[in-house]
Ligand binder design. Structure first.
Ligand SMILES: Nc1ncnc2c1ncn2[C@@H]1O[C@H](COP(=O)(O)O)[C@@H](OP(=O)(O)O)[C@H]1O
Ligand SMILES: [Mg+2]
Ligand SMILES: [Mg+2]
Ligand SMILES: [Mg+2]
Length: 414
C-alpha cells in the first residue's frame, strides 16, 4: 500500500466529519421506536408551506384517518343518545346559564373524547360539557356510566379503531374532562358538541352530535350525526321533519366534509360505515324562491330579524325551524338554501362547537358562511366566536345579496 500524502489524509478526515454530520438527524430519528416516529409526524400541524398549497393540493394532507375516526366516534355516540332519547328519564340538569344538559350529553362527550384520545393522544379537545356535576352526584355518574358501557358499534373491528369500551367510571370522567381545552390558533384542536340542540332533543325534535377538527384555528374536518333527519337528501324540508321519536328505517344521517375534498352524507349506521354520497347546495338563481332555516328557539336567533331579511329578499315561503346543526347539514345537501342566525342578545358569544363542523360541511358543499356583518368566523381565539355576531350561510352565488340585506336590517336597528 502506497503511503498517503498529508493532503489526502486531511481530505479524507474532513469528508468523514462532513458525512457524519449530514446523517445525524436521520440517525437520531431512526434510533427512535417506529411507533413514536409515526405519532410525531401524525400530529405535527401542516407546515406553512403545506397550508399555503392546501387549497390546490389537498391530497398532501388527506385527513382520511381523522375523518374515519370522527365518523365512527360520532356514530357510536348516537347509539347512546338514541337510547336516552327513547328512555323515559333523560336525567336533565340545568347548567349555570340555565340551559339544559342530559345524561346523553355527558355520555356522548365521554365516548367521543375517548375515541379521539385513543387515535390522536396529543390532540386537544374543546368540548361543551365537563364532569363536575357527575363528580358531585354519584347516582347521576352511575346512570351515565351504565349508558356508556352499553354503547358499542356492532362491528368489533370498527369499535377497536376507536379504542373499544371505556375501562372504568373514573376513566369516563377523565374523558369528559378532556374537553377543557381553551382553544386557540395553534395546532390540532377538536371542537365537540356531544348533543347540539339539547332543547330539541328533549322536545323530540332535531338534534345533532357534532365534531370538527381545527388546524391552526381553521375547521378542516367536520362530522355531524343527525339521528332524526331523513336519510334521503331530497326529502323536502318542513318544520315537523323527523319530529317523531321512533328510531325507524330511513331516519338518521351522517354529514361529513374535509377541507378541499367536498362534502358527503350517508346513512347513520350501527357498525361499519355505510357508503357516502357527495352533497352540494342547490344553485338557486332566484333568491325569492329560497327556503331559509332558523332556530326553533327565539332566544337563540331573532325570528323577527330573520323574517325581515326574508321579506326584503322577496321570500314568501315560511321559514323551516329546526334545532341544532341539522340546519347546516340540510342546506348543504340542498334540502334548504339559507341559514339565518341573527343575534338576540348583544352580549352572547356563539360557541365554536355550535358551528365548526357545520361551517366546513357547508363550505365544501359550495356555500359561504360568515357572521351577520359578513365577517369571517374566527375559530382560533378560544372557546367562543367572540369577534363575531350571529351567523349567515348561503350558496356562494347568492351570498353577497343575502349579506347585503342582512346588513341593511341590522343597520336599521342600530
Ligand atoms: N342566547 C343564545 N344565542 C345564540 N345561541 C344560543 C343562545 N343560548 C344558547 N345558545 C346555543 O344554541 C345552541 C342550539 O342552537 P339551535 O338554536 O340552532 O338549536 C345551543 O347548543 P346546545 O343545545 O348544544 O347547548 C346553545 O349553545
Ligand atoms: Mg348546551
Ligand atoms: Mg350546541
Ligand atoms: Mg350541546
Amino acid at each position: 500500500m502506497s503511503p498517503l500524502t498529508p493532503q489526502l489524509h486531511k481530505y479524507l478526515f474532513l469528508s468523514i466529519i462532513v458525512l457524519a454530520l449530514s446523517t445525524l438527524p436521520l440517525r437520531s430519528l431512526l434510533s427512535k421506536p417506529l411507533s413514536r416516529l409515526n405519532l410525531l409526524t401524525q400530529h405535527l400541524p401542516p407546515s406553512p408551506a403545506i397550508r399555503r398549497n392546501f387549497a390546490n393540493t389537498p391530497s398532501k394532507m388527506s385527513y382520511s384517518k381523522e375523518l374515519e375516526i370522527a365518523l365512527l366516534a360520532v356514530q357510536r355516540a348516537t347509539l347512546l343518545t338514541k337510547s336516552v332519547y327513547s328512555s323515559h328519564s333523560k336525567g336533565t340538569l340545568s347548567k349555570s346559564d340555565s340551559s339544559p344538559v342530559t345524561i346523553g350529553d355527558f355520555g356522548a362527550q365521554a365516548l367521543i373524547i375517548s375515541s379521539i384520545k385513543h387515535a390522536f393522544p396529543n390532540d386537544e379537545v374543546v368540548g361543551e360539557e365537563d364532569a363536575d356535576d357527575l363528580r358531585s352526584n354519584p347516582s347521576l355518574r352511575d346512570l351515565v356510566w351504565g349508558l356508556v358501557q352499553q354503547a358499542k358499534l356492532e362491528s368489533v373491528e370498527e369499535e377497536e379503531k376507536i379504542g373499544g369500551p371505556i375501562k372504568s367510571a373514573e376513566d369516563m370522567l377523565t374523558a369528559i374532562d378532556g374537553g377543557r381545552s381553551q382553544g386557540g390558533n395553534k395546532g390540532r384542536i377538536w371542537a365537540l358538541d356531544p348533543i347540539d340542540g339539547t332543547k330539541g332533543f328533549l322536545r323530540g325534535g332535531q338534534y345533532a352530535v357534532c365534531l370538527a377538527l381545527l388546524v391552526d384555528g381553521v375547521p378542516i374536518v367536520g362530522v355531524i350525526g343527525c339521528p332524526n333527519l331523513p336519510v334521503d337528501d331530497k326529502t323536502p324540508l318542513d318544520s315537523s321533519i323527523g319530529a317523531d321519536a321512533d328510531d325507524k328505517e330511513g331516519k338518521g344521517v351522517l354529514f361529513a366534509a374535509v377541507k378541499g375534498q367536498g362534502a358527503t352524507s350517508r346513512p347513520l349506521g350501527k357498525g361499519a360505515l355505510q357508503p357516502a354520497n357527495t352533497i352540494t347546495m342547490t344553485s338557486i338563481s332566484d333568491i325569492s324562491q329560497a327556503t331559509f332555516c332558523e332556530s326553533v328557539e327565539a332566544g337563540h336567533s331573532s325570528h323577527g330579524d330573520n323574517a325581515a331579511i326574508a321579506s326584503k329578499l322577496g321570500i314568501t315561503k315560511p321559514s323551516v325551524r329546526m334545532d341544532s346543526q341539522a340546519k347546516y347539514g340540510s342546506i348543504a345537501r340542498g334540502a334548504g338554501d339559507l341559514y339565518l342566525r341573527l343575534p338576540v342578545s348583544k352580549t352572547y358569544e356563539e360557541k365554536i362547537w355550535d358551528h365548526a363542523a357545520g361551517v366546513v360541511i357547508v363550505q365544501e358543499a359550495g356555500g359561504e358562511v360568515t357572521d351577520a356583518w359578513g365577517k369571517p368566523l374566527n375559530f382560533g381565539i378560544g372557546r367562543t366566536l367572540k369577534e363575531n355576531k350571529g351567523v349567515v350561510a348561503a350558496p356562494k352565488a347568492v351570498f353577497p345579496r343575502v349579506i347585503e340585506v342582512v346588513k341593511e336590517v341590522l343597520s336599521a336597528k342600530q
